[in-house]
Design a protein around this ligand. Sequence first.
Ligand SMILES: Nc1ncnc2c1ncn2[C@@H]1O[C@H](COP(=O)(O)OP(=O)(O)O)[C@@H](O)[C@H]1O
Ligand SMILES: C[C@@](O)(CCOP(=O)(O)O)CC(=O)O
Ligand SMILES: [Mg+2]
Length: 387
Amino acid sequence: MEVKARAPGKIILTGEHAVVHGSTAVAASIDLCTYVSLRFPTLSDNDDTLRLQLKDMALEFSWSISKLKAALPDLGFPFSSTPTSCCIESLKLLAVLVEEQNIPEEKIGLASGASAFLWLYSSILGFKPATVVVTSELPIGSGLGSSAAFCVALSAALLAFSDSFNLDLSHQGWLVFGENELELLNKWAFEGEKIIHGRPSGLDNTVSTYGNMIKFRSGNLTRIKSTMPLKMLITNTKVGRNTRALVAGVSERTLRHPNAMASVFNAVDSISEELSTIIQSYAPDDPSITEKEEKIEELMEMNQGLLQCMGVSHASIENVLRTTLKYKLISKLTGAGGGGCVLTLLPTLLSGTVVDKVVSELESCGFQCLTAGIGGNGAEICFGGSS
Ligand SMILES: Nc1ncnc2c1ncn2[C@@H]1O[C@H](COP(=O)(O)OP(=O)(O)O)[C@@H](O)[C@H]1O
Ligand SMILES: C[C@@](O)(CCOP(=O)(O)O)CC(=O)O
Ligand SMILES: [Mg+2]
């Protein structure tokens, strides 16, 4: 029996970083996904190994089940309908198991993903031999939420085999989860994100789980229903960065300047609230679409200024902002910043020629442009591995 799960990446329209400190953020899923397939060996395979294959990275990790049992004596007792956090002691034990896999230095960022894998796997399914294969359409570590999509898709595949999920195994094609399943899945994925990010807000795993567009504040989500045709150009600066370090940097700045940063976070909160009001007030064929787009652009510009105040912009991001501004287009970083991806609003009346020109100028700077569909399904599952 094989199960395949997929979960989308995301863009944050407003509110990254501030959301970690209790402000509102608005985010939407994109139609680029991470896929996880899970297969158990048959008795005749006589295989006692847990394997994690990261296909795009050409990496395979494997642990014998007896080794996992010996190394993690306190883990492997599935499970709990209540997701649990990985304590510091277990984190250290997981890190040793990952270190033994000798990940090449240039791919060492994947170590936290491998630790999150071992934690989620052993907590949800215990110590059982299996092969887990991961592929992704998302650039890794670029602000499009690959870490959350990985944790959501992985948790979805694992939970499909747990007693807590009541799924129709005969369903053909991709299956959307029910509300109770989504809630549990989101909680487990958040535990994985904690291992990768240190102090995540929960925004990324929530939008990857539920899909579409959401408003998120202090762990609570509000689904945004909108027909507004939002088109964003996504530019990957290809400057590598690490969400954990950037989030920690903002927290340190907040400790140094608590009052000033509280005002910055407060301003971001108002920006996200206003953005969601504008998006939700759109009616089909709204004659005021241009006016609404101009307001969104202004809010994005203000949010970018506040992200600069938080210290998470980067020369490459500023370069994208300057380049798009030459074409009167407004941009802001998305995700943790420090490099990674930048969003540019493409107004509905903008001509295709201008888009082509701006893309070609950005690409001549060495950046990579993508246009992804915004808002679509969240996590889904497929039995039999045929899709
Ligand atoms: N497909 C994947 N396989 C294994 N680990 C992954 C995968 N996608 C993401 N990760 C983990 O998430 C990390 C990147 O997360 P992060 O720095 O938050 O950037 P982002 O979430 O914006 O892509 C990677 O270094 C790795 O540890
Ligand atoms: C910076 C932050 O707001 C988003 C991080 O997104 P990403 O990992 O860069 O895709 C952190 C968080 O909300 O947990
Ligand atoms: Mg991330």
